[in-house]
Design a binder for this molecule. Structure first.
Ligand code: ADP
Ligand code: MG
Length: 483
């Protein structure tokens, strides 16, 4: 039987848990850092001993608000924490502290690029909660071990509306979200290490239908690529199920990265009853306008805005703008560079060319680069003034300056004898030498093979080790050849 996939459209909503980069946990001073040695960051509060009380970590709230503001959310001024009750061995208190009816951030969006242009992926909410511990099943044949280091680490759960329509859009959304959390330094965004985790909710419906279909939730997605693979697989599976006369049942499924398929974990017969109630140990917390303003002021210019500014104000191509803005540190370096040169195109070419290659080849990052933006601006100025040509500048002066960052570019160029000469006697002697070496070519040129001028220029360049001013070389060559 042939399946008509085109009759259907997919509807996807993503839930992302992002671990906040605080030093300590959400409700106690235990370190929130990841360590391999299990159960080393576990005070009596983390272990939920009787009589212990939680104390709220302001930094986690600040980060959640920062993320909300960067996603254009509305920030809730009066917040409560609620207990979400369930039993699990890695949940020491028997409940997880979360936010139920008052998520700290509401609405908002993340902008992505799709094949049909820009799309604002709508968020439902961002709420705060504490992480659970980790059950370890693969170390012993008979026992499951529990590591509580992660228990109580602050998380933000970022929940989209059912607003995505393909695996590709989910991929783009997660890429932008990861860039954003890294950019504003609230989460390290490493999906492989679990500091950013994603569940994908997927349903299908006939095109034109406005009601939502029954959803399936896919878990255990440990990379952005696997989220896309799982969604693509799930859409296909659901369409085939329906086309074959079946119905979709609400399920939680798991993705198997080895073969790209999903399998059922559990079928939701009825909604879980978490018996939520406001946590009596935690008083409501208020967010003042001054605090909001102060947090707003810590948000740097974001990626999207940088790309727009580079393409409009600096007239860069979209491609160049995106490559430069891709990482915040590179963009910051570039911003400092274009404060000191007006040749934006050359600045972009240096970033994408020599700077990027140098960093790649030396496996280092721009924050480690000893060459300052002002030195690089000076190199660009030397080229623009005809003092040095690009290839000599990038192959000789640039690496030399990296080794001697305290010397100025022009001093070093002189010291290394790299400065182009516009001394016509000197250039004329190189021209002479080249023409004398190639009488056949000269004859050919004079018979009409004018394209040979490029060869002569190249030879002078080689002979002079790049020092002959190209314009002067050209003029003197023409003078001699046409004499
Ligand atoms: P639950 O109570 O099952 O967790 P929520 O209403 O909280 O469901 O939604 C969880 C996520 O699932 C959200 O990202 C939401 O956009 C998405 N979602 C809800 N219904 C659907 C649907 N029918 N198809 C696809 N995604 C959906
Ligand atoms: Mg949910």
């Amino acid at each position: 039987m042939s399946v008509n996939y085109d009759k259907y459209e997919a509807v996807i909503g993503l839930e992302v848990h992002a671990q906040l980069l605080t030093q300590s946990k959400l409700f106690c001073g235990d370190s929130a850092a990841f360590v391999n040695e299990p159960n080393t960051h576990i005070s009596p509060i983390t272990m939920a001993h009787p009589g212990t009380l939680p104390k709220l970590n302001d930094k986690a709230i600040e980060y959640a608000i920062k993320l909300g503001l960067a996603c254009n959310c509305e920030i809730e001024k009066i917040n409560y924490f609620a207990r979400k009750n369930y039993f699990y061995p890695d949940l020491p208190k028997g409940y997880q502290v979360s936010q139920h009816t008052t998520p700290i951030c509401k609405g908002g969006y993340v902008t992505i690029k799709t094949e049909n242009g820009e799309k604002k992926v709508q968020l439902n909410r961002i709420h705060m909660e504490e992480d659970a511990g980790k059950s370890i099943h693969d170390q012993d044949e008979h026992y499951t071990y529990v590591d509580l280091n992660r228990a109580g680490v602050p998380l933000c759960e970022i929940v989209t509306e059912p607003d995505l329509s393909s695996g590709d859009e989910a991929y783009a959304y997660l890429t932008e979200l990861r860039r954003l959390v890294r950019w504003i330094e609230v989460c390290d965004g490493n999906m492989e290490e679990g500091s950013m985790r994603c569940d994908a909710n997927v349903s299908i419906r006939l095109k034109g239908e406005t009601r939502l279909g029954t959803k399936v939730e896919v878990k255990n997605l440990n990379s952005i690529r696997n989220v896309k693979r799982a969604i693509d697989h799930e859409i296909k599976r659901m369409i085939e199920e329906v086309e074959n006369g079946g119905t979709i049942i609400q399920q939680t499924r798991s993705f198997d990265a080895n073969n790209g398929t999903t399998f059922a974990l559990r079928t939701k017969e009825e909604a879980n009853d978490y018996r939520y109630f406001a946590d009596p140990d935690l008083t409501p917390f208020h967010i003042s306008d001054e605090w909001l303003k102060q947090i707003q002021s810590t948000i740097p210019e974001l990626y999207e805005s940088k790309v727009k500014r580079y393409t409009t104000e600096l007239q860069l191509t979209e491609y160049d703008a995106k490559v430069i803005a891709d990482e915040r540190e590179t963009a910051d370096y570039f911003d400092a560079l274009v404060q000191q040169t007006k040749n934006y195109k050359a600045a972009a070419n240096w970033m994408i060319g020599p700077v990027k290659s140098y960093l790649n080849e030396n496996n280092t990052s721009i924050t480690e680069l000893s060459l300052t933006p002002s030195s690089l601006a000076e190199i660009i100025a030397l080229i623009d003034k005809g003092k040095i040509n690009f290839s000599v500048a990038s192959s000789k002066l640039f690496p030399a300056l990296i080794k001697q960052p305290d010397v100025t570019a022009s001093a070093l160029a002189t010291q290394l004898n790299l400065v182009q000469t516009s001394d016509s006697n000197e250039v004329a002697s190189w021209v002479e030498e080249v023409l004398n070496k190639m009488p056949d070519k000269v004859a050919e040129y004079r018979k009409g093979k004018k394209g040979l001028i490029g060869l002569f220029v190249g030879e002078v360049k080689k002979l002079s080790k790049g020092k002959a001013d190209p314009k002067l070389t050209n003029d003197l060559l023409l003078e001699k050849l046409n004499a």
